[in-house]
Write a protein that binds this ligand. Structure first.
Ligand SMILES: Cc1cc2nc3c(=O)[nH]c(=O)nc-3n(C[C@H](O)[C@H](O)[C@H](O)COP(=O)(O)O)c2cc1C
Length: 384
């Protein structure tokens, strides 16, 4: 088989856009945007990955346009980029043009931190954080949260009102419109890890008994589905990618869905609303999702929805993200296994995070068979 015939290098069409291969740069916060405006370093950072053959770049999480009216502030950090305001949009126009010049495709990841943002921090430090039921999550779970942060976020706050919810959905829609006008090729929505859309999905943070909550995942999917519809109304034919996860920053062992049938309730609602690609965020791409079947979360997602699906977690590296802050993480060539799974129809795309931070030319190493570079924690702070 020639390189071009290999499953990982086969092009993929989605809504009229052709990805040149199945390698996707997973969204990674870089904190290189003081005041929400991407700094000069970000152009070369994204362009380099496109020049070295990445099929699709999903940007770092970008704070949605929220907090200007009733709002509650989407971001707790001032150096996360925004997708509103002429200065930020002008910079994104340049970054996107650079990626396109290099033959790349790029989606912005729309991000609202919801309950995870510390109250009264970030660009709208006058505002509390947005929470479906005023809750951050259960105490005493297995997350990475540190005590001073927990003291700040644990006390319950006012649940979001209907007006707050309408306001935040409108904020997603405005940011999506800005993305289209800026030249992005599609939209990625961060609906995972305990942030805002996920806080509606998770029973621990959504105790509502109105139309935005309820005992079933189908009922708690409504916020995600409504925001996907609002984004779709703004972006027309652009592809929409949606990231979801079982695990939360509040609790690494959390599970949204205990069974495939529950997962189907969530994903069915999102697919019906207009999601084209599901990004099933796991810490190890190959772990089975439910007892009694070897299928991964991405595998179940594809089987249940029939939509394009991406797997992620530990591609090229032998330790997952949480265990990679202490020292060097060794490499592992799990690409043959990934290709076997693509070929078998388990998933379509593969998200690559830390491997692409450690080595912008990682996709070329896959092609040439050269050894991968290990991941060193200093890379977390580098934007190169
Ligand atoms: C530095 C860094 C920042 C990240 N920031 C985000 C983010 O903004 N949005 C998101 O959805 N995931 C984020 N992630 C998670 C990655 O997208 C990815 O899912 C995770 O690192 C697992 O992939 P990997 O094992 O290939 O690194 C981040 C990961 C890293 C290493």
């Amino acid at each position: 088989m020639t390189n071009d015939e290999r499953p990982i290098f086969r092009p993929l069409d989605v809504r009229g856009i052709t990805l040149r291969n199945r390698i996707v740069m997973s969204p990674m916060t870089r904190s290189g945007s003081p005041g929400g405006i991407p700094s000069g370093r970000m152009d070369a950072y994204y362009r380099r990955r496109a020049e070295h053959g990445v099929g699709l770049i999903v940007t770092e999480g970008i704070g949605i346009d929220h907090g200007t009216a009733l709002g509650t502030g989407s971001m707790g950090e001032g150096d996360v980029p925004e997708l509103h305001g002429e200065a930020a949009l002008a910079r994104w126009r340049e970054i996107v043009a650079g990626v396109h010049d290099a033959g790349g495709i790029i989606f912005p990841q729309l991000w609202h931190q919801g309950p995870i943002r510390s109250h009264f921090t970030g660009p709208r430090a006058d505002l509390p954080s947005a929470r479906p039921s005023g809750l951050w999550g259960p105490a005493g779970s297995v997350g990475t949260a540190l005590t001073p942060y927990l003291e700040q976020v644990m006390p319950p706050t006012q649940p979001m009102t209907d007006e707050d919810i309408a306001d935040v959905i409108a904020g997603y829609a405005r940011s999506a419109r800005n993305a289209r006008e800026t030249g992005f090729d599609g939209i990625a929505i961060h609906g995972a890890h305990g942030y805002l859309p996920d806080a509606f999905f998770w029973h621990e943070t959504n105790r509502r008994d109105d139309r935005w909550g309820g005992p079933s995942l189908r009922e708690r999917a409504r916020f995600g589905a409504e925001l996907v519809k609002a984004v779709r109304a703004e972006v027309g034919e652009l592809p929409i990618m949606f990231r979801f996860s079982q695990w939360k920053l509040q609790d690494y062992d959390a599970r949204l869905a205990e069974t495939p049938a529950e997962l189907e309730q969530l994903l069915g609602a999102l697919a019906d609303a207009g999601v084209d690609i599901f990004d099933a965020s796991t810490r190890y791409y190959h772990h089975k999702a439910f007892a009694g079947s070897p299928l991964t979360l991405a595998g179940w997602t594809r089987k249940l929805t029939g939509r394009l699906t991406m797997a992620v977690g530990g591609i090229g590296l032998d330790k997952e993200l949480k265990n990679s802050f202490a020292g060097e993480v060794g490499t592992v060539d799990n690409v043959p296994d990934v290709e076997r799974r693509i070929e078998a129809g388990e998933f379509d795309l593969v998200g690559v995070g830390r491997s692409l931070l450690a080595d912008p030319a990682w996709a070329e190493k896959v092609r040439s068979g050269e050894p991968f570079l290990p991941f060193h924690p200093r890379v977390f702070a580098d934007i190169v």
